[in-house]
Design a protein around this ligand. Structure first.
Ligand code: C2E
Ligand code: MG
Ligand code: MG
Length: 762
C-alpha cells in the first residue's frame, strides 16, 4: 500500500515538474539552451554536401560605383563561367547604383549572355525606420534577368535556424534564394528549418580572383554557382554552428542542401515534452522497486542524448531543453522529499533518530541477527506534564546516557516513551541478564532541572528470526505488554513462518478466500466410548491458500478479528456446518454439530440474529446445534454475555465452554454463564497417562460436570491408554486423533457409513 502511495507521490512530482517546464515554455525561457543543443546536434554527425552548389566568394566590395574595374572583373568571371558551361549562376550581390556606362554595359552583357541560367538576388533590408526595403540591381544592369530575393536575418545569438520559402515584395510572392537554389519553385507558404550538419569548410568554395586569374581547378560545368561576398567583407558576420564567420550566402546554400535532402523537419518543444512526460510516467509506473527505479532513471537520462543522436540521423531538429528542465525539477523535488523524509526520521527534541529510522536501517537486511530491544519508560506522561520541553529532552538524553553506560557506541532510537536499539547478542537468556543489570542502573532517580525524577523502565525484546520490520513491531508490542512489577523484560513470541505471511494484503484476501472456497470446514467426530457411536462432530475451519499453503486456524482467526471479519467468518462456518448437519440428519444420523464461537462475539446481539437466520435458511434442527465458546477469558461483560447466551439457548441451541482449564478460563465465568457442556482442554487430556496432576484435573472436571449436571467432553485423546483411563473416570464423550481426525464432509459420510455398519454388526 505504501508502495503505491510512493508511486503516486512520484507521479505527482513528475506532474509538477511538467507544469514547471510548461510555464518556462510559455515564456520561451529555455530558448538559448535549445539553441546550444541545436548547435551540438549539428555537430553530432558530419554530412557531406551534394556538391551541386559551389560558392564563389568576392574578396572585395564589387558593387562600389566608384570602382568600375570591379564590375569588369565580375563580367570576366561570368564570361569564364559561361565558357565552362555552368549550370546556373546566382549573383548574390545587388548593384543598385550605376557606375561608368562602359563597365555597366559590359556587366549587363555578361549577365545577358548567360540567358536564363543567370539569376539576380535582390536583398530585402530593413531601413532604420523599421520598414522593408528592396536593395535590387539597377534595371540597366539586370535588364530582364530572373530575380529572386534574400533576407539576411539571424536571431539574437547570430544564428539563422530558419529560412522562408518566399518573400512578399510589393504584393508579389517571389521565391527566396534558398528555395530557388533547391529547385523548389512552387513555393509553399511559411518557413523551414536549416540543417547545419555539413561542416562549413566542406561546402565547395573558390575565390572570385582565382576564377578570373584562370587557375581555378574546379570544373563548374553543369553546376550551380552562387557568387557572393566572402566572409568578413562587411562589418557584420554570419555565424553557423562550428564557425563564427562564414559568407552570408552560406545560409542559403545550407538551406538549399537541407531542402534537397529533406532534413527540414523540427519537433518543437510541446510535442517533445509530451512524449517525454509520457515515457517518464510509464517508467515510474513500471519500476516498482528502488533498484528498478534507478535503472529507469538512468534510461531516462540516457534517452535524451540518444534521441538527439537519432533525430540528427534522420534530420529532425529537437527542442529538448524543457525535457531537461523536467529532469532537473523532478530531481530537485525528489531530493527535497528525501531530505524531508530524513528529517522526519529524527526526533527534533532529542535529535535522536526515530523508531522508523531503526525500521529503515534494519529492514533491508533479512539476515540480520541478534535482538531488537525496546525500552518503555514508565510515567512518561507525568514527565511530559511536569517538565518543560527542553528539560524533557534532557531527561530522555540522560536515560540514553545510562543505557550507553556499558556500550558507548550503542545507536539508540527514540520516540515518545520508547527507546529502541539493535543488540547483536544472539542468546536471549544472556541478553535478558544484561537487561536486568541495566534495569538496576535505573533504580536511582535522574536529576533534571534541579529536581530528581524517578525512572521506571521495562523492556520488550524480539529475536531477529524473521522480517526485521515485523520483529521491531513485535518488540514494541512486547514493551507495551511488559510491566515493571510483573514482567520487566518481555520476550516477544518467536516469529514463525506465518507471522511473516500475515501482511495486510492477506487480511484483505479473507473475503476472496471464502468466496473461492479456499476457506472451508472439516469435521471431527465425537464418539461415545461406551458403544463407539458417533454422537456429534465439531466443525473446524481451514484455509488452504494456493500461494502460501495451509494456514492454521489459530493464525488467521486472530487476523480475521483484526480485520473486523470475525462475523463474516462465523456466519460462513455456521452456514456450511448447519447444511452439513442437515445432510447428516437426512441420511438418518442425528448427530450434534458443534461450531466454535469466539467470545468476542458475545458482546452484542448480532450473533443471535445470525444463528437464527442460518438455522432458518438451512433448516437444521436447533436442538442439535452446539455453540462452543472459545477463549472465554475474553468475555468483556458477563451480564451481556449471559443475555446473549440465553437468547441463543432460547433458539434451541446448546452452549459449550471450550478449552476448559487453560488460559485464563475461570470458575466465575463457568458459574455465571448458562453452559450446558464443558470441553476439557487437550493439555490435560493428552497428559493423563503421564502426569498424576493432569489426571487429577481431568477427574475433577468430570466429577464437577456430573455434579453440576452438565455434559463433559474430553478433547485431544491421542492413544488407547488415554481412552481407557477416560472411560474409567466416567468421561464417555471423547474427541481425539485416536478416534478420528478432522475430515472433509465426504469422508465424514463414509466414516458415518462405517460406523453404521459397525453398529449394526455389533
Ligand atoms: P478447539 O475448538 O479447541 O478445537 C480443537 C482443536 O484440537 C482442533 O485444532 C483439532 O484439530 C485439535 N485436535 C483434536 N483432536 C486432537 C488430538 O488428538 N491431538 C491434537 N494435538 N489436537 C487435536 P484446530 O482445528 O487447529 O483448531 C484450533 C482452534 O481454532 C480451535 O480450538 C478453535 O478455538 C479455533 N477454531 C477452529 N475453527 C473455528 C471456527 O470456525 N470459529 C472460531 N471462532 N474458532 C475456530
Ligand atoms: Mg472447539
Ligand atoms: Mg478446545
Amino acid at each position: 500500500m505504501s508502495l503505491r502511495k510512493d508511486a503516486v507521490t512520484r507521479l505527482k512530482n513528475l506532474l509538477y515538474a511538467g507544469l514547471v517546464a510548461l510555464a518556462l515554455m510559455l515564456f520561451a525561457f529555455l530558448q538559448p539552451a535549445d539553441q546550444i543543443i541545436w548547435t551540438f546536434q549539428s555537430k553530432i554527425i558530419d554530412r557531406a554536401p551534394t556538391g551541386d552548389i559551389v560558392f564563389v566568394g568576392a574578396e572585395r566590395d564589387m558593387a562600389d560605383p566608384r570602382l568600375p574595374e570591379r564590375r569588369l572583373e565580375l563580367a570576366t568571371a561570368l564570361e569564364e563561367l559561361n565558357r565552362q558551361g555552368v549550370g546556373q549562376v546566382y549573383i548574390d550581390i545587388p548593384f543598385p547604383k550605376t557606375s561608368t556606362p562602359e563597365a555597366d554595359a559590359r556587366l549587363a552583357a555578361a549577365i545577358a549572355s548567360l540567358g536564363p541560367r543567370a539569376v539576380l538576388v535582390d536583398q530585402i533590408e530593413r531601413s532604420l525606420s523599421g520598414e522593408d526595403q528592396l536593395n535590387s540591381t539597377a534595371a540597366s544592369i539586370g535588364l530582364d534577368t530572373r530575380r529572386v530575393v534574400s533576407r539576411r536575418t539571424s536571431n539574437w545569438m547570430g544564428f539563422a535556424w530558419e529560412r522562408e520559402y518566399a518573400h512578399n515584395v510589393q504584393g508579389r510572392r517571389i521565391p527566396s534564394l534558398a528555395a530557388s537554389l533547391a529547385g523548389v519553385e512552387d513555393v509553399p507558404p511559411g518557413r523551414f528549418q536549416v540543417d547545419y550538419a555539413i561542416p562549413s569548410e566542406d561546402i565547395p568554395a573558390i575565390g572570385l580572383s582565382e576564377m578570373t586569374s584562370g587557375n581555378n581547378v574546379h570544373s563548374l560545368a553543369g553546376r550551380t554557382v552562387v557568387i557572393g561576398e566572402d566572409a568578413g567583407l562587411s562589418e557584420m558576420q554570419q555565424r553557423v554552428p562550428g564557425n563564427y564567420s562564414v559568407p552570408f550566402s552560406f545560409v542559403a546554400i545550407y538551406a538549399a542542401e537541407t531542402l534537397k535532402a529533406g532534413r527540414d523537419r523540427h519537433m518543437s518543444a510541446l510535442p517533445a515534452l509530451s512524449i517525454f512526460l509520457l515515457l517518464f510516467a510509464a517508467c515510474l509506473i513500471l519500476a516498482r522497486d528502488q533498484r528498478r527505479r534507478y535503472v529507469a532513471y538512468a534510461a531516462i537520462a540516457a534517452f535524451l542524448p540518444a534521441s538527439l543522436y537519432l533525430a540528427s540521423l534522420v534530420g529532425v531538429r529537437l527542442d529538448i531543453s524543457y525535457c531537461v528542465a523536467v529532469i532537473l525539477a523532478y530531481a530537485i523535488m525528489r531530493s527535497r522529499a528525501r531530505w524531508k523524509n530524513r528529517m522526519a526520521l529524527v526526533d527534533n527534541e532529542t535529535n535522536l533518530p526515530k523508531l522508523q529510522a531503526l525500521e529503515e536501517a534494519i529492514s533491508p537486511d533479512l539476515h540480520l541477527r541478534g535482538h531488537i530491544v525496546v525500552a518503555r519508560i514508565h510515567g512518561y506522561e507525568h514527565v511530559l506534564k511536569t517538565l518543560r520541553r527542553t528539560d524533557r529532552a534532557h531527561y530522555i538524553l540522560k536515560l540514553v546516557d545510562r543505557l550507553r553506560a556499558a556500550d558507548g557506541d550503542l545507536k539508540i532510537y527514540s520516540e515518545g516513551h520508547h527507546l529502541a536499539w539493535h543488540s547483536k547478542q544472539e542468546d536471549s537468556a544472556l541478553l535478558a541478564e544484561h537487561l536486568e543489570g541495566t534495569r538496576a542502573m535505573f533504580a536511582a532517580p535522574v536529576n533534571v532541572a534541579g529536581s530528581s525524577v524517578d525512572v521506571g523502565i521495562s523492556f520488550g525484546v524480539a529475536k531477529l528470526d524473521g522480517d526485521p520490520a515485523v520483529r521491531l513491531a513485535a518488540a514494541v508490542a512486547a514493551a507495551e505488554e511488559s510491566s515493571e512489577a510483573l514482567q520487566p523484560i518481555k520476550l516477544a513470541e518467536s516469529s514463525s513462518r506465518f507471522d511473516e505471511l500475515w501482511d495486510i494484503s492477506l487480511r484483505a484476501r479473507i473475503d476472496e478466500a471464502m468466496e473461492a472456497g479456499e476457506i472451508f470446514c472439516v469435521y471431527q467426530p465425537k464418539i461415545d466410548t461406551r458403544n463407539g457411536n458417533m454422537t456429534g462432530v465439531e466443525a473446524l475451519v481451514r484455509w488452504q491458500d494456493p500461494a502460501r499453503g495451509f494456514i492454521p486456524p489459530m493464525h488467521f482467526i486472530a487476523q480475521c478479528e483484526k480485520a473486523g471479519r470475525m462475523d463474516a467468518l462465523t456466519q460462513y462456518v455456521l452456514e456450511h456446518s448447519c447444511s452439513a448437519g442437515r445432510l447428516m440428519h437426512f441420511r438418518g444420523r442425528s448427530i450434534t454439530m458443534s461450531v466454535n464461537i469466539s467470545a468476542t462475539l458475545l458482546s452484542d446481539m448480532r450473533i443471535v440474529g445470525m444463528v437464527r437466520n442460518v438455522l432458518q435458511a438451512t433448516g437444521f434442527d436447533p436442538r442439535f446445534l452446539v455453540l462452543e465458546v472459545t477463549e472465554t477469558s475474553r468475555i468483556g461483560n458477563l451480564e451481556t454475555a449471559e443475555m446473549v447466551l440465553n437468547e441463543l439457548k432460547a433458539l434451541g441451541a446448546r452452549i459449550s465452554m471450550d478449552d476448559f482449564g487453560v488460559g485464563e478460563t475461570n470458575f466465575e465465568t463457568f458459574f455465571e454463564l448458562p453452559f450446558d457442556e464443558v470441553k476439557i482442554d487437550r493439555l490435560f487430556v493428552a497428559n493423563i497417562t503421564k502426569s498424576a496432576k493432569a489426571k487429577a484435573i481431568v477427574a475433577s472436571i468430570v466429577g464437577m460436570g456430573r455434579d453440576a449436571r452438565i455434559g463433559v467432553v474430553a478433547e485431544g485423546a491421542e492413544d488407547h491408554e488415554t481412552l481407557k483411563l477416560l472411560t474409567e473416570m466416567g468421561c464417555t464423550h471423547v474427541q481425539g486423533y485416536v478416534l478420528a481426525r478432522p475430515m472433509s464432509l465426504d469422508n465424514l459420510m463414509e466414516f458415518n457409513n462405517l460406523k453404521d455398519n459397525g453398529a449394526r454388526e455389533a
